[in-house]
Unconditional design. Sequence first.
Length: 182
Amino acid sequence: MTPPPESFRALFEENSPKVYRIVFRLVQRTDVAEDLTQQVFLRAHEKLGEFRGDSSIFTWLYRMAMNMAVDHLRHEKALKESSLDAPLRSEEGSATRADLLADQSPRPENQVENDEIARLVRKAVSELDEIYREVIILREMEGLSYDEVANLLGTNVQTVAMRIMRARNQLKIKLKDLPLCF
């Protein structure tokens, strides 16, 4: 059973920005995040009749998005193991993955130091193991509560708290020379 087009359009308009943000924070590429977000909603449209309502619709979409993003990252990693400093070739020239993680939007001059810190933090988060990266993105970047993170990941609050603690400890080590407070 497919939903009426207008109700699915409302579902898409309400949830696509959140799904995109989560996917982008994992894959760190606009084009891939856009493609994966579209794939999530195509699959949701196909499978909406199977949605049981045990959780919120966003939780269901989130799980699909996380699974697709993680699958994409695993596939990409299997194709080519590379560091963040490895050069990439693109139409605009040569850059590194770390360069692509940095926010490219123009900023006032007094934001240069903050931009560099943000880039280093994003780099450190991207280097975390998947289970730690996932909880840090949801809790610290998306602002979800421990309960919401646990619900989305299908685990309990204690596990989420432990993963966040371990992720923060790993980030402290990676970022020890930065003037940050954890």
